[in-house]
Ligand binder design. Structure first.
Ligand code: NAI
Ligand code: 13P
Length: 341
């Protein structure tokens, strides 16, 4: 079926965290029949019986047409599209457990924003490898989509990237509703890199705020963060325009400026002097992808000879014990250069 536009009515969302649940609501509000798989049976029961997920999105009423189960086989039965809504670093293991249950012609939709440690693969590459599907059967969702705001029905746009335009269109039709406006794009590499890299830049913006710095510092980090992610994208064949779009500037602005961002909040705690362990404990189990992706993206940049100084600084603060204030001073003290060199 890959390559042919089809009406997607029945969707399964694997993962009942913040974004999995909010995206399920987007689909439900677009008139789709949605089944969520939750790791914890009590979370599945609450979604199914009370239309709530109080662990991740307290006070949000979910559409009645959303159901949930903790049994992946039951969740995946008859799915026309399968949304993968688990953290980047566990996706490979999770998907390996589910791969035999995936309907062979289902469109696989990736929500995760990260680069895998060790393999340095983007999420769509991990999915293609484990699920053994062609690239054109995988649609990547990216853009400025803070889960809580989406769940509240606040207007937002997103980008759906797929090498097969018909499959991107099918998910566009399935998710378009009164508050959620998805655009299609064929630049999967750029959209995925934008989503992964902005988490690391959001860490740096939070850290700057924690150190007491203001708007000029944040704007500098956002803009120079954009420059370094675009350099990486150019090396990997991404369309430079992607970084001026929703998956680049759009997501950077949202994540780097919002107190709702887990990455920004994590960085702010480090900037205030908390240890990595203290900041991790404060997440309440929710993923701040940039903490691990700073390492994988740094390795990727080193392997390609791409200069990514902010990402490098975040890796050194998070994993080499470098003091945030010192990392900031070192960033400023690098050799002088032309803005676009
Ligand atoms: N929350 C947000 O605003 C947005 C998140 N994203 C991305 O979506 C992906 C998922 O994020 P969230 O739903 O927010 O994460 P979350 O931390 O809120 O939830 C993760 C979900 O994955 C499940 N899970 C399954 N296996 C797991 C394992 N081995 N370890 C940990 N969790 C496991 C958890 O039970 C939970 O339901 C991330 O890559 C994130 O960057 C993208 C856009 C917005
Ligand atoms: O990706 C996001 C917004 O687009 C969510 O960012 P956080 O994971 O930092 O909360």
């Amino acid at each position: 079926m890959a390559g042919t536009a089809t009406e997607v009515q029945r969707v399964t969302v694997l993962g009942a965290g913040s974004w999995g649940t909010a995206f399920a609501k987007v689909l439900g509000d677009a008139g789709r029949d949605v089944t969520i798989w939750a790791r914890r049976p009590e979370v599945a029961a609450e979604i199914r019986d009370s239309h709530r997920n109080s662990s991740y999105l307290p006070d949000i009423d979910l559409p009645e047409r959303i159901t949930a189960t903790a049994d992946p086989a039951e969740a995946l039965d008859g799915a026309q599209a399968v949304v993968l809504a688990v953290p980047s670093q566990t996706l490979r293991t999770n998907l390996s457990e589910w791969s035999g249950l995936l309907p062979s012609d289902a469109i696989l939709v990736s929500l995760a924003k990260g680069v895998e440690l060790g393999t340095l693969k983007r999420m769509s590459e991990v999915i293609a490898e484990i699920a053994r599907v062609p690239d054109g059967q995988i649609v990547v969702v990216s853009g400025p989509n803070l889960a809580k705001e989406i769940a509240l029905g606040q207007p937002a746009a997103a980008v759906l990237a797929c090498t097969d335009h018909d499959n991107a269109k099918a998910i566009q039709q399935a998710s378009f509703n009164q508050y959620f406006r998805p655009y299609t794009n064929t630049d999967v590499v750029g959209c995925e890199l934008g989503g992964a890299c902005k988490n690391v830049i959001a860490l740096s913006c939070g850290m700057a705020a924690g150190l007491g710095f203001g708007t000029n510092t944040a704007a500098t980090l956002i803009t120079r963060g954009l420059a370094e992610m675009a350099r990486l994208g150019a090396k990997l064949g991404a369309d430079p325009l992607t970084f001026a779009g929703l998956a680049g500037v759009g997501d950077l602005v949202a994540t780097c400026s919002s107190p709702l961002s887990r990455n920004r909040t994590f960085g702010e705690r480090l900037g205030r002097g908390e240890t990595l362990e203290q900041a991790l404990a404060a997440t309440g189990g929710q993923v701040a992808e940039g903490v691990k992706s700073c390492t994988s993206i740094r390795e990727l940049s080193l392997s390609l000879g791409v200069d990514m100084p902010i990402t490098d600084a975040m890796h050194r603060v998070c994993h080499e014990g470098v003091d945030p204030r010192r990392a900031g001073a070192e960033l400023l003290g690098r050799s002088q250069k032309h803005e676009w060199s």
